[in-house]
Ligand binder design. Structure first.
Ligand code: NAD
Length: 251
């Protein structure tokens, strides 16, 4: 028995990193998965990997800043698999510019993907989840959406803070429809997003030293949190912040 048997999930930013692992894990746990990204070649190879392993998954081109792409992605879930139960708003982009180094264009580009993308996806998923009789929305924020961080870009932290409170509003406004919404707050996870960090031994040891559990996160550390929030095991949980950070925010 899979933990997501019978569920249909849509995951954004699923061509690599955490999103790709979530697509694989969700499918292995019995979900039918639609996942999208702007990296179509990588996305299609993840789709092949999942289907060759016996899972059910469909890759779609999904730029989270495009309302039309969201319509097509949700339509694909309902047309191929009959409904939509789970949305993981995972796609994101990072920056490390401080406030005075941040141009208006950079600010807007980060907010567009990380904050507006979550709004557009949620707005499109809600009616489908209502049709399904309920659902679970999982928004990937960051510990940068909770804490001020010396090395984090100002626009990135603002965008992830927006995701944190948007999650709670979604949770409260849709609880009566049995649509749950929670945020996940990863610490530094070893994915292509951290490439500049994990490739440089000095920066890597600096980032690792701040983690009480002594290592960077792996995508699987985050994916198991998403799996829990997607499943009915978390049926009485909505509006929470699930921090997965090796202990950083406990200090
Ligand atoms: P990643 O860069 O490996 O993956 C992000 C994915 O999002 C990529 O496949 C990328 O193509 C996709 N994406 C970017 N813009 C998009 C768009 N407009 N439409 C659709 N897809 C788009 O990084 P990751 O670590 O897997 O990041 C996943 C999430 O976790 C992000 O929201 C990120 O901000 C968050 N996060 C990451 C870390 C970390 O240290 N890696 C820490 C905290 C939070």
């Amino acid at each position: 028995m899979g933990r997501l048997d019978g569920k249909v999930a849509l995951i954004s930013g699923g061509a690599r990193g955490q999103g790709a692992l979530e697509a694989e894990l969700f499918a292995a746990e019995g979900a039918s998965v639609v996942f999208g990204d702007v990296l179509d070649d990588e996305g299609r190879s993840v789709e092949r990997r999942i289907t060759e392993a016996g899972g059910e998954a469909v890759y779609v081109h999904l730029d989270v800043t495009s309302d039309d792409d969201w319509t097509a992605a949700v339509d694909t879930a309902e047309a191929r698999f009959g409904k939509l139960d789970v949305l993981v708003n995972n796609a994101g982009i990072a920056n490390d510019e401080k406030i005075e180094e941040t141009s208006e264009e950079l600010w807007e580009s980060i907010m567009l993907v990380n904050a507006k993308g979550v709004f557009l996806g949620t707005r499109k998923a809600l009616p489908a989840m209502r049709r399904a009789g309920g659902g679970s929305i999982i928004n990937v924020s960051s510990i940068a959406g909770i804490l001020g961080r010396a090395l984090t870009g100002s626009a990135y932290s603002a965008s992830k803070g927006a995701v944190r409170t948007f999650t709670k509003t979604t949770a409260i406004q849709h609880a009566s429809e049995r649509i749950r919404c929670n945020s996940i707050h990863p610490g530094p996870v070893d994915t292509p997003m951290l490439a500049g960090i994990s490739d440089n031994p000095d920066v890597l040891s600096q980032r690792t030293e701040e983690v009480p559990l002594g290592r960077l996160g792996h995508s699987r550390d985050i994916a198991y949190g998403a799996l829990y929030l997607a499943s009915d095991e978390s049926a009485w949980i909505t509006g929470i912040e699930l921090i997965i950070d090796g202990g950083i925010t406990a200090k």
